[in-house]
Design a protein around this ligand. Structure first.
Ligand code: FUC
Length: 817
């Protein structure tokens, strides 16, 4: 059966390729394009637009258009906490059970005393705006696109010889959604606008707009307190517009502009007192006063100011811009179209810009795009990998400001997590577990085997530090130092001696798990790595800011007592303190490899045993996985300096996810599939491609560390390295040819390259890199099992250079021929 289906698709693909070729005069390569509307039942065929706060999925259906709407603060429940008061008094018993190896008993007691009946509130859809065009069923010459250089979706088709065009943006300048609809024949435009909404709501006409008032759901005993107002209004040039209490009717117009504004009563995680209606109305009226073309220009300019900073060219494929995006994904395994990888990489940046802007909420499991009241995993913040992964591309692909909502959330968790630290652990500082939501809850959720993980906040705090490494802003560091210090305070007061390792003085966290698998444990590898990072990075921050020396010494003394990483009997990096890994385990979480990426505790050049062991662990885990796990593995293979293997993993992502292939990982709209849709895969992939081109975690700025054979020639502009270095680079014959580095904050630039370089001021490197912003923190030597056979890695030769730089100056280098 499969063969005929495939060939029909191939045939359809050919037709569409001719058609799109005729349609796309402007062959911008950064577009998603299609020759059919989205199927109304398949949300992953609709195209996402967003301005950080307001999102819409655009179906592009001629007779029944739908804009599925989202606003980032529409969540179930209201301000609440989830701390179980029984926790603190049971902690010691639980720890005892863990040390005795009684994991099931520990689980039971944890479930009873650390958990409550609430497991996080859901992020919820705002419903949709429907546009009914009675007589547009029989259309021809159909085309739709998402232009990610302009952040605009366009739909175009012909009915009875009249061309209809719809252009829609989620405006960065006006903070409303705007859709211009035009007909090529005067007076030919007739449509009706109405709402659909699955939540409790009412609809009425007011202030020259059609208003929908909706509310967030009650959930798990927490009352829904979010109230939102969606205001829709139409501005026409000619024809008539009539609003009643259920719809807006537009007749005999040539052009009409639809405005959609949403406001909620959300103020912050502790309060819901804002006047959402007023905010929405003000924005609506302001937006309506301007001409569409002017608003569009302002919007695209603001968007492009972020998007345009990073440019990528991995090579072209014949005709790649002339067939539909769905077909390009379907054919990728044959074509290996490098421009599709470029598009997917840039699409990750598009999605980050459109779902995460300063002053707003961080991107959740689906960014801001969600069509349900009960989305998978509540579409909240899973902070044992997924939320962090969302932000992996932020700094390196030159979108530092998109990182700010995550840093703000971490700050808020550092406030709300203090109570949890006290109630559950009798501890100082702050803690967060494996999930949180808009109300910034910090106690564990779900059940012990998934939620009993006390280092969610520790991981988020690393982002606060990384932001500093890329920008070197001491004022910022001073502002956020209390978040880091308080996260370290929690560790200092909860680390306990491991009774089996008193001889070595090891201090561990307990109870905990290696995310989402294995027994209830003490001293799991990922926790040890996170704790080590937290304590040592707080130490450096303390030193840079000239803070209290005694505290610094306390941190360092504790860091020395964290168990070092261990190489087990299968020459693997141990996931637990005990050598119990199963080499057949293909679990999607690769938590112990946190030390390799995103952290920098494992290096080919300074910890070769760990490097080798990490590679073996990753080989055991396999190459295929859920979307986000694929995203992680691209980064991990890049850090293992194996470009071809990273590229193989990219191939696993670029498989079409549709009804024919449940194992596909990229939907027609280029959202990646867990499955179901989860946005972290997109972000992980974007970060991974950047990591293949430049790395800056290991004492140097390493050029082309993991270039695959498939990308022999290419260029990148605006890629950021730690230390505030902005890199433009061209390569051919798989070798760097020219590099230009803009130093944003000055300091020593140490370059690592696989070819000799030359340039004014460039000297061979000696000793340690004096620039601490891209230096690795030394980790203690690993413990290696006597059974482990360390082979030693086959590394490509490297050349290292130093050049002192001045802030604001650019430096150019070329290959020595
Ligand atoms: C973690 C992962 C799942 C999923 C969920 C949202 O629990 O283990 O695969 O991504 O987060």
């Amino acid at each position: 059966m499969r063969q005929p289906i495939l060939s029909i698709y191939f045939f359809l693909g050919l037709i569409s390729s001719f058609y799109l070729h005729a349609q796309t005069k402007d062959k911008g390569s950064l577009k998603l394009q299609y020759d059919t509307p989205a199927d109304a039942r398949v949300w992953e065929q609709a195209l996402p637009i967003g301005n950080g706060r307001l999102g819409a999925m655009v179906y592009g259906i001629p007779d029944k258009e739908e804009l599925q709407l989202n606003e980032e603060t529409i969540w179930g429940g209201g301000p609440y906490r989830n701390d179980n008061p029984k926790g603190g008094s049971n902690l010691k018993n639980i720890q005892q059970l863990v040390f005795e190896g009684k994991s099931p008993e520990a689980d039971k007691l944890i479930n009873e005393t650390f958990f409550t009946k609430t497991h996080g509130m859901p992020y919820q859809t705002a419903g949709g705006v429907l546009l009914n065009f009675e007589d547009h069923k029989n259309f021809q010459n159909y085309y739709r696109e998402l232009d990610i250089e302009q952040a605009k979706a366009t739909t175009r088709y012909v009915v009875d010889g009249v061309t209809y065009t719809r252009e829609v943006i989620s405006s960065f300048s006006d903070d409303v959604i705007v859709m211009k609809i035009s007909a090529s024949k005067k007076g030919a435009l007739n449509f009706e606008l109405s709402y659909k909404n699955p939540a409790q709501h009412s609809i009425y006409a007011k202030d020259n707009a059609l208003v929908l008032q909706g509310k967030g759901s009650d959930h798990e005993g927490i009352k829904g307190e979010i109230v939102y107002h969606t205001l829709s209004s139409v501005k026409n040039v000619d024809g008539t517009v009539v609003i009643d209490d259920s719809k807006i009717q537009v007749k005999n117009a040539s052009t009409a502009v639809v405005y959609i504004s949403i406001g909620t009563n959300f103020t912050n995680y502790k309060s819901v007192s804002a006047d959402g209606y007023k905010k929405a109305l003000e924005k609506l009226n302001k937006a309506k006063a301007a001409k569409f073309e002017e608003s569009l220009a302002k919007h695209s300019k603001l968007y492009y100011a972020q998007f345009g900073r990073f440019q990528l060219d991995l090579g072209k494929h014949n005709e790649s811009s002339t067939i539909s995006t769905t077909e390009r994904i379907r054919q990728f395994q044959q074509t290996q179209d490098p421009a599709l990888v470029t598009l997917l990489t840039q699409y990750g940046r598009y999605l980050l810009i459109c779902s995460s802007q300063p002053g707003g909420q961080p991107a959740n499991l689906q960014g801001i795009w969600n069509n349900s009241l009960t989305p998978p995993w509540d579409s909240k913040y899973t902070i044992n990998i997924n939320t962090e992964m969302n932000y992996w591309p932020a700094e390196v692909t030159n979108l530092s400001e998109t990182h700010k909502p995550l840093i703000q959330m971490t700050k808020e968790l550092s406030e709300s997590g203090k109570e949890t630290a006290k109630v559950l652990y009798n501890a100082e500082g702050w803690v967060a577990h494996h999930n949180t939501d808009i109300w910034r809850v910090t106690s564990p959720i779900d059940f012990a085997a998934a939620g009993m993980w006390p280092t969610g906040g520790t991981w988020l705090a690393q982002h606060v530090w990384e932001h500093y490494l890329y920008n070197g802003d001491k004022k910022y560091l001073k502002e956020v130092y209390p978040i880091l210090k308080s996260a370290s305070d929690f560790l200092l007061s909860t680390l306990i001696p491991h009774p089996k390792h008193t001889d070595k003085g090891w201090m561990v966290l307990s109870p905990s798990i290696s995310p989402e698998q294995g027994p209830m444990s003490a001293g799991v590898t990922m926790d040890n790595q996170l704790v080590y990072d937290m304590l040592t990075r707080t130490t450096i921050a303390n030193e840079i800011l000239n803070e209290d020396i005694a505290y610094r010494e306390k941190l360092l003394a504790m860091a020395k007592r964290i168990p070092p990483m261990q190489v087990g009997k299968y020459t693997q990096l141990q996931e637990w303190l005990e050598d119990v890994d199963d080499p057949k385990n293909e679990h999607r979480h690769v938590s112990h490899l946190y030390g390799l990426y995103p952290s920098n505790q494992i290096s080919a050049y300074t910890t070769p045993e760990l490097f080798e062991a990490a590679r073996n662990s990753l080989v055991y885990r396999g190459d295929f996985a859920t979307g986000w796990s694929i995203g992680w593995k691209v980064n991990l293979w890049a850090r293992l300096l194996d470009g071809n293997r990273a590229y193989k993993i990219i191939n696993n992502m670029l498989t079409l996810a549709d009804r024919e292939n449940r194992n596909g990982r990229t939907y027609p709209n280029m959202f990646t599939a867990h499955p179901p849709f989860q946005i972290d895969g997109n972000f992980g992939l974007t970060a991974g491609v950047a990591e293949m081109l430049v790395q800056s975690h290991d004492n140097a700025v390493h050029l082309l560390p993991a270039l695959p054979d498939a990308w022999k020639k290419g260029s990148v502009k605006g890629l950021m390295a730690r230390g505030g270095f902005e890199i433009d680079m061209q390569w051919s014959d798989s070798k760097v040819q020219t590099v230009k580095v803009l130093s944003k904050i000055g300091g020593n630039l140490r370059l690592r390259s696989h070819v000799p370089l030359t340039g004014k001021g460039l000297k061979e490197a000696h000793g340690t890199n004096p620039n601490i912003l891209n230096n690795r923190i030394e980790v203690p030597k690993p413990l290696v099992s006597p059974q482990a056979q360390i082979k030693g890695s086959d590394l490509k030769k490297i050349y290292e250079y130093d050049i002192p730089t001045v802030a604001g100056k650019s430096y150019s280098f070329t290959i020595v021929k």
